[in-house]
Design a protein around this ligand. Structure first.
Ligand SMILES: Cc1cc2nc3c(=O)[nH]c(=O)nc-3n(C[C@H](O)[C@H](O)[C@H](O)COP(=O)(O)OP(=O)(O)OC[C@H]3O[C@@H](n4cnc5c(N)ncnc54)[C@H](O)[C@@H]3O)c2cc1C
Length: 410
């Protein structure tokens, strides 16, 4: 299907798919098995300038938005979602910095994140604060010109290898949601260390760590936006980043389906290819239809989001102001419902399609030396992180009811 991508967007698709085919496919099983960080592939992603597709040109990025970011995630995840996450996790750190930082903070962090010279990570989750981010306990106490951080964060993607972290801590636990605040913390800051490395079902080449803060002193200038606005920072970030998870899910689904098509066309039983059995053909048809529907939803939503966001980004970059403030001044609406819909739909499609692909391939589909089972293991995380699909459905339903109520009032 022709989605009328621009020349630059098509170039991104081609680059990501080329890296996926030539650089990722030959090594994906190795990195999945060894759980090593895939530095040589990350270098290829850097060289192709794919870290900064969503970052304004002023900071060395490509000046794209959510659609471009989703295209990178999709293209790389077509081969391996774990390796694709090495770029996406860094983007999840760059996005809140881009949207909420001052011009000085943007200048300090965005060029290196755009070039992939420094990697980023984002840490909201804690052992007792998962879906309920209002119960964050990691604390930040203002002391002179510094904040002093104490506490534990967990499940941080891309940690340890990352140099820059967006961390959420509370400046006042008694204030609940209104105490949560976002900070930028650099690796190597005394009092900041890495705890347990998780052993996972999927996306195994991307490290997931616990973060420890013990009297970790960071400059006051590393406050991201304002005290008490942390959950806002996280939510607006997720409005934009969940479409990246959707892109990752879409790449996983398409990758599994392509491997399955190739296999079912040549595997013969009862004297004919298994693709010629109607039972398999119908599964292929359902998978292909679901993937195309997911792609249509994702591309059209991100295109509309980017169009709405661009004037605020351009104005903030030109005037040296905060993008989020310009979004409010220009009345740019939030895309919470639509980005949640993309994430739910694409990730559910990925889980269903990859499970069906293992089924269509039979016994070989279950084996580690055949690529399809890995897609199924990798698909699962897209239904869990950046807010589980249950939480997304809560949000979508709440917004639908709210919209219906306000229409009824008119
Ligand atoms: C591999 C991996 C990487 C991750 N990377 C990051 C990262 O980089 N940064 C980061 O900050 N976090 C990260 N996370 C954390 C992730 O976002 C959380 O795991 C997720 O939000 C769910 O939180 P939880 O695990 O505490 O589950 P819980 O909140 O304990 O939820 C458990 C179950 O209860 C359901 N549930 C909870 N509340 C409700 C409700 N109100 N209504 C209906 N159902 C509900 C959930 O849907 C889920 O099924 C990562 C997680 C994993 C597994």
């Amino acid at each position: 299907m022709d989605y009328e991508l621009t020349e630059t967007q098509q170039m991104i698709v081609d680059l990501a798919r080329r890296i996926a085919e030539e650089k990722i496919k030959p090594v994906r099983a190795h990195y999945d098995e060894s759980e090593e960080f895939p530095w040589p592939v990350v270098d290829e992603i850097r060289k192709a300038d794919l870290f900064g597709v969503y970052i304004p040109e002023h900071y060395g990025g490509l000046g794209g938005g959510n659609l471009e970011q989703a295209l990178v995630a999709e293209g790389l995840s077509h081969a391996c979602a774990g390796i694709a996450l090495c770029a996406a996790a860094s983007g999840l750190c760059g996005l809140p910095i881009l949207l909420f930082s001052t011009a000085q903070q943007r200048q300090r962090y965005m060029p290196d994140l755009a070039a992939g010279k420094r990697l980023g990570a984002f840490s909201l989750t804690e052992p007792e604060a998962g879906s309920d981010a209002t119960s964050i306990r990691c604390s930040a106490r203002l002391d002179g010109d510094s904040y002093v951080l104490n506490g534990v964060k967990n499940f941080c993607s891309g940690a340890e290898v990352a140099d820059v972290y967006v961390i959420f801590a509370t400046v006042n636990p008694a204030r609940g949601a209104r105490g949560v605040t976002a900070f930028i913390v650099e690796k190597g800051t005394p009092g900041f260390s890495f705890g347990k490395k998780e052993v996972k079902l999927g996306i195994r080449s991307n490290p997931t760590y616990e973060l420890h803060f013990k009297d970790c002193r960071i400059p006051k200038a590393n406050l991201l936006y304002k005290e008490g606005y942390g959950l806002h920072v996280a939510q607006v970030t997720f409005d934009n980043s969940r479409t990246g998870v959707a892109g990752q899910a879409l790449g996983i689904a398409q990758g599994a389906l392509d491997e399955t098509l190739a296999y079912t066309r040549v595997r013969k039983q009862f004297g004919q290819t298994i693709a010629s059995f109607q039972a398999i053909g119908h599964m292929l048809a359902d998978c292909g239809t679901a993937v195309e529907a997911a792609r249509a939803l994702l591309y059209s939503t991100t295109r509309a989001m980017d169009k709405a966001l661009k004037p605020a980004v351009d104005k903030a970059v030109a005037d040296g102001t905060v993008i989020f403030d310009e979004m409010r001044a220009l009345d740019v609406r939030r895309w919470t419902k639509e980005s949640a819909m993309c994430k739910v739909f694409c990730s559910d499609v990925a889980m269903r399609v990859t499970t069906d692909c293992v089924q269509m391939c039979g016994g070989i589909g279950y084996m580690r030396d055949f690529p399809v089972e890995k897609y199924m293991r990798d698909a699962k995380i897209t239904q869990i992180y950046e807010g589980t699909n249950q939480i997304q459905r809560n949000e979508i339903a709440m917004m639908m009811v709210k919209e219906a109520a306000s229409k009824a009032k008119m």
